[in-house]
Ligand binder design. Structure first.
Ligand code: CAA
Length: 248
C-alpha cells in the first residue's frame, strides 16, 4: 500500500496488543503510521513481524515518562516522516494491588507511564497541530477509570486523569481543527488482561454481559473512527467500549 500522501499517526506503546491492532488498522486506513516503543528487543521483534505482514511502520524508541526523550523522538519523526497529525496515547502499564499496601513506587510508575506520558507526548505536538490547524488526539483510558476496581487505585487515578485532560484540551483547541477524545475499553484480550490470575479473570468475564473479552481490533475500529476527518464534530467525548460491563 502507498501511504505517502496521508496524515501521519503516532501510536505510543505500539508493541502491545492494543498498540499493534491500532497501528494495523490505521495503516490499512491509509495513514502513515509511526510506532513508539520502549524495549529494544520487543521493538525489533515487532518490526520484523510487521514487515512479514507487509506493514511498513517505522518505529521510534522513547520512554514516554521522559519529557526530554519524547521531545527528541518527536523531532526525529517530524524530520524523517513528517508532522504528526494523529496522536494515540496508548502506552500503559498496571501495578495492581490493594491501596493499603501500595508503595509510592508502584503508584508513581503507573502515574508516570499512564498519565504523565499524555502530557509529555501531547505537549511536544500540540503547537505544530495548531499551526497546521488540524489534529486528532485519542487517549486510551479504561472502564476502570469510569468505575471503581479493586486493586487499581493507581491505574484508575491515571486513566481518569486522561479524560479530565482531554476535556480541557478539547475546549482549548476546538477552534483550531483539533479534536481530543478518550476511549475507555473494558477487558480486552491482551497480555495485560491475561496476566490477571485465572480465577479472578474468570469472575471478571462472568460480569461482562456480552460474555467474553473484547477483541483488540474492536478498539482499533473505534480509534479509526475518531481519527477520521469525518469525526470533526466529536470532541471532549469519552467512548465506553466494554461489552456492557459498565453503563451510565
Ligand atoms: N472485591 C472485594 N474484595 C476483593 C476483591 C474484589 N474484587 N478481590 C480480592 N478481594 C479480597 C480477597 O477476597 C481477599 O480478602 P481477604 O484478605 O479478606 O481474604 C483480599 O482482597 C486479597 O488480598 P490480596 O493480598 O491477595 O490482594 P492484593 O493486594 O494482592 O490484590 C489483586 C489482589 C492483584 C488486586 C487481584 O484481586 C486482582 O488481580 N484483581 C483484578 C484487578 C484488575 O481487574 N486489573 C485489571 C488489569 S487489566 C487492565 O487494567 C486493563 C483495563 O483497562 C481493564
Amino acid at each position: 500500500m502507498n501511504n505517502d500522501n496521508a496524515y501521519v499517526a503516532l501510536v505510543t506503546g505500539c508493541t502491545g496488543g492494543l498498540g499493534t491492532a491500532i497501528c494495523k488498522k490505521l495503516y490499512n486506513d491509509g495513514y502513515k503510521v509511526v510506532g513508539n516503543y520502549l524495549t529494544a528487543s520487543k521493538g525489533k521483534t515487532w518490526k520484523g513481524q510487521m514487515e512479514e505482514e507487509n506493514y511498513e511502520i517505522p518505529i521510534y524508541q522513547a520512554d514516554v515518562t521522559d519529557f526530554g526523550a519524547v521531545g527528541k523522538m518527536v523531532e526525529r519523526i517530524e524530520k524523517e516522516v513528517g508532522g504528526i497529525d494523529i496522536l494515540v496515547n496508548n502506552a500503559a502499564i498496571t501495578k495492581d494491588g490493594q491501596f493499603r499496601k501500595m508503595t509510592y513506587e508502584r503508584w508513581d510508575m503507573v502515574l508516570q507511564t499512564n498519565l504523565y506520558s499524555v502530557f509529555n507526548c501531547t505537549r511536544h505536538l500540540i503547537n505544530q497541530m495548531i499551526e497546521r490547524q488540524y489534529g486528532r488526539i485519542i487517549n486510551i483510558s479504561s472502564v476502570n477509570a469510569q468505575r471503581g476496581q479493586f486493586g487499581q487505585a493507581n491505574y484508575a487515578a491515571a486513566k481518569a486523569g486522561m479524560h479530565g485532560f482531554a476535556k480541557t484540551l478539547a475546549v482549548e483547541v476546538a477552534s483550531k481543527g483539533i479534536t481530543v477524545n478518550t476511549i475507555s475499553p473494558g477487558y480486552i484480550a491482551t497480555d495485560m488482561v491475561l496476566a490477571i490470575a485465572e480465577d479472578v479473570r474468570r469472575k471478571i468475564i462472568e460480569s461482562i454481559p456480552v460474555g467474553r473479552l473484547g477483541g483488540t481490533e474492536e478498539i482499533a475500529y473505534l480509534v479509526s473512527f475518531l481519527a477520521s476527518e469525518q469525526a470533526s464534530f466529536i470532541t471532549g467525548a469519552n467512548y465506553a467500549i466494554n461489552g456492557g460491563q459498565h453503563m451510565f
